[in-house]
Design a binder for this molecule. Structure first.
Ligand code: CTP
Length: 423
C-alpha cells in the first residue's frame, strides 16, 4: 500500500525500488543514488552482482538501504527472493549497468539474484550504462541495448566525459542526481520515457540571462533553469538530439547526452538560439530572457561616490521567441519548425493568469505556450510546478501539480504530434 503523496505530487510517496549494481568502477556512485532514494522515503533493496562487491562492500549497501544485501539465489530460499524482489518492485534501476550485465539481461539469463530479478520485474526497468566508449559502441552492446529496449526496458543514454584512466568519450555514468531525477519521474509516471523523439533535433533554452552593468554587477532574475534542464534531459532520453542554450542556472550539472552551449546575456542567447534553430524540428524557449539591459556598460567598476546614485538607463532586448516566429514567417526557418514559448504570469485587477497568457500566445505567434502562475513561492527556484498548455489551435490543457520533470514530459507529449513527419 502506498503512503500518501509527499509535497502534493502524485505518486511521490513511499515506493519499492530495487537498485541493481553491476561490477564497474562507477559502482561507488550508486551509493549517492541509494541515499537519495531512501531519503525520499522509498523502500530500497540493493541487489549487486558478485563483481560489484569488488568495488563497494556489502556493508555499505546494507547501511545505506537499511536492508539485507544478497547476490545469489540460494540465500533466504523460503522467501523466494529471486522471484519476489522483481514481482513486488515499483521500479528497478541498474546503475551502473555494465556491458556484461546488459548482455546477460538481453539474453534472459538468470544466473544470479540481479538477473533473476530482471526477469520477474513487471514494473519499469531502467538500465543506466557505464563503460568505456569502445564497449558502448561495440555492435554486440548496440544490439543488446536495442533488444532491451524492444523488450520494454529503458536504457538511458550515458554521459560523455572523463572515463576511468585518461579516456574520455560516451559511456560515463550520468550523475546520481540525474539518475535520481529519472527514477523519480518513472515513479510519478511509468510511461514517461518512450523513445519517441529519436531522429529529432530540438533546441531548448534555459535559465536566466545576466545583463552586465560593469565588470562586477549585472541585472539578473530568479530563474533556476530547472525546468529547461528537465526538458533537455528528458528530450535526450526520449532519443532526440538536443542543444541546450543555457544562461545563468542554479549549479545544475549538464544533462547526459545533451550539447550544452553556455551564454550570459540575452543577446548571446539570441545569437546561439537563432544559429542552432536552423534545421531543428522544434525550439523551446523556457529561458527567462531579460526584457531590458543597461543602455551602457561601464568598463571599470562604478564607484559609490559621495552624492546620490545615478539612475540606470535601460534599453530593450530583442524578443528571441517573436524573432523565431518572424524568421519562420519570412522563410529563414523551415515552416515546419515547431516553436514553444513559456509564460510566467501573475494575475492582477485587469485580468487573471490565463487572460494574460492567451494574449501572449496571440502576440508571440508560437505554436504552444506553457503557462506557469508565479509569485507566492511558485515556479521559480522550486522543484514542483503546475500550469496550463495553450496551443495555437485554441486548445487549453491544465498541467496538474508535479515535478518539473513531469511537467517536461507533458510538454514533450504535446509537442510530439506537432513535429514534422520524419523524412
Ligand atoms: N522571451 C524571449 N525574448 C525576450 C523575452 C522573452 O524569447 N526578450 C521569451 C521567453 O523565453 C518565453 C516567452 O518569451 O518563452 C515569454 O516570456 P515573458 O517574459 O513571459 O514575456 P514577455 O514578452 O517578456 O512579456 P511580459 O514580460 O510583458 O509579460
Amino acid at each position: 500500500m502506498n503512503a500518501p503523496a509527499v509535497d502534493g505530487a502524485p505518486d511521490s510517496g513511499r515506493r519499492r525500488v530495487v537498485v541493481g549494481v553491476a561490477g564497474g568502477i562507477a559502482a561507488y556512485k550508486s551509493c549517492a543514488l541509494i541515499r537519495a532514494l531512501t531519503e525520499s522515503g522509498h523502500q530500497v533493496r540493493v541487489v549487486p552482482t558478485e563483481s560489484a562487491l569488488e568495488f563497494v562492500g556489502r556493508a555499505t549497501f546494507e547501511a545505506l538501504s537499511g536492508n539485507p544485501v544478497h547476490t545469489g539465489v540460494f540465500t533466504d530460499v523460503p522467501q523466494v527472493p529471486h522471484v519476489r524482489l522483481g514481482q513486488e518492485a515499483d521500479l528497478v534501476v541498474i546503475a551502473p549497468a555494465t556491458a556484461d550485465l546488459m548482455a546477460r539481461a538481453a539474453t534472459g539469463r538468470a544466473d544470479d539474484l540481479l538477473s533473476a530479478t530482471l526477469l520477474t520485474a513487471r514494473c519499469p526497468v531502467m538500465f543506466v550504462p557505464a563503460m568505456h566508449t569502445e564497449m558502448w559502441e561495440h555492435p554486440a552492446t548496440v544490439e543488446n541495448v536495442a533488444t532491451l529496449r524492444r523488450h520494454g526496458s529503458i536504457v538511458v543514454e550515458p554521459a560523455s566525459g572523463r572515463l576511468t584512466g585518461k579516456d574520455t568519450g560516451a559511456g560515463r555514468l550520468p550523475e546520481p542526481d540525474e539518475i535520481f531525477a529519472l527514477a523519480s519521474l518513472l515513479l510519478e509516471r511509468a510511461d514517461a520515457l518512450p523513445r519517441d523523439l529519436a531522429g529529432r533535433r530540438l533546441v531548448i533554452s534555459a535559465g536566466g540571462t545576466r545583463e552586465p552593468l560593469d565588470p562586477v554587477r549585472f541585472l539578473g532574475n530568479r530563474s533556476s533553469g530547472k525546468q529547461g534542464y528537465a526538458l533537455a534531459r528528458l528530450a535526450a532520453q526520449r532519443g532526440a538530439e538536443v542543444t541546450l542554450v543555457a544562461g545563468a542556472v542554479a549549479g545544475l550539472d549538464d544533462p547526459a547526452a545533451v550539447n550544452v552551449v553556455k551564454v550570459q546575456t540575452a543577446q548571446q542567447m539570441g545569437e546561439a538560439v537563432t544559429k542552432h534553430a536552423v534545421g531543428a524540428d522544434a525550439v523551446i524557449m523556457s529561458a527567462a530572457v531579460a526584457d531590458f539591459r543597461p543602455a551602457t556598460f561601464a568598463s571599470s567598476k562604478i564607484k559609490k561616490g559621495a552624492g546620490e546614485p545615478d539612475s540606470i538607463a535601460l534599453t530593450k532586448n530583442d524578443d528571441i521567441l517573436a524573432g523565431l516566429v518572424q524568421s519562420r514567417n519570412d522563410g529563414n526557418l523551415s515552416a515546419e519548425t515547431v516553436i514553444v514559448g513559456f509564460a510566467a504570469e501573475t494575475g492582477d485587477e485587469q485580468g487573471d493568469v490565463l487572460t494574460y497568457a492567451r494574449a501572449k500566445l496571440a502576440r508571440k505567434g508560437c505554436d504552444l505556450l506553457v503557462v506557469n502562475a508565479v509569485g507566492d513561492g511558485k515556479a521559480f527556484e522550486v522543484d514542483h510546478n503546475d500550469g496550463w498548455l495553450l496551443a495555437a489551435d485554441g486548445s487549453e490543457t491544465a498541467l496538474a501539480h508535479g515535478s518539473k520533470a513531469l511537467m517536461a514530459s507533458r510538454v514533450l507529449d504535446a509537442l510530439r504530434p506537432l513535429l514534422p513527419r520524419p523524412s
